[in-house]
Design a protein around this ligand. Sequence first.
Ligand code: SF4
Length: 351
Amino acid sequence: MVDAPLNLLGLLPDGLVSALGERGIPCSLREARQVLSRVISEGLDDPTPRMSPRKALLEALRKEATWRRPTVLERVPDSEGKSVRYLFQLDDGAVVEAVRIGLHKPDHFTVCLSSQVGCAMACDFCATGRLGLTRNLTAAEIVGTFLTVRDEAPGVVSGAVFMGQGEPFHNYDAVIQAANVLSNPAGGRVAKEAITISTVGLVPQLRRFTREGHQFRLIVSLTSAVPEKRVKLLPVAGRTPLPELLEAVSAYAAAARTRATLAWVVMQGVNTGDDELEALRTAVADLPVRLNLIDVNDARPDGYRRVSADELSGFMSRLQLLGIPWIRRYSVGADENSACGMLAAQRGSSA
Ligand code: SF4
């Protein structure tokens, strides 16, 4: 017999069959699919299958399993009405965020998810990085935050991005399990291609992700191509030599038959100059990449500042001259500390 309570929210149907089997409870794959569809796909607080539920299975589920989600402490909308930041409390009292973000398509949303409480990567421009790492989230906790945000959305939640607190690849197994649950027909039913995992560039995990052939989208943070600057901005990942990281990115792009997306957090006077353009030109000359330009969000009075429109357009034009495609991603929610790089579990006024 196994003593730990089983949280259904972190399980795929075959996982539920084996977990119940370890507890001496028989469950068919069909029953497992029905149970998980109830609590995950439909978001119900009752796992009873509609068709011929077995009494013994239901009793066992009520005794051995839970489908509890993290508790909502706060919901904070931003002033533009584009995002809502959720603050969740986990069972041990730890606090993490998730953010509902409106997409261009009306009444469609994506959810920005946290993967860890705090983060060990210590990126210099990031509020979460200053917290340090407390612990990893479980797959059930990640899925639980998603479900609450989804079920309260005034429309369709069609995507998820792992860009909240934490480095997703530093909690690889739980993040991949959560993404698998979110995309499973008996789970969140989100298209795999609409789930994005963002990493600061942990090479062993990037290679593993490539080997395993996942269909989730991947974004690798680059932010600087000048080695000394990269080490300062991304202290942990920056220790990996850039050629080694880009070799892993190139292998991923080839295996996934895609152009790799590299995130570039744009900072005034820091990473838009000739030194960066020259280093970038050399580093990605033969790589099928695109840059995803993201505004920095540093709330510190003496912190990194956003670039002016002129500095940004100059940088974009020179990227174009170098033949490096870019896309511009606009942050939302900066006024409520819910934009990228600002998720540090601060409490504001309750909504
Ligand atoms: S940017 Fe991402 S990886 Fe870096 S410290 Fe912040 S949460 Fe961690």
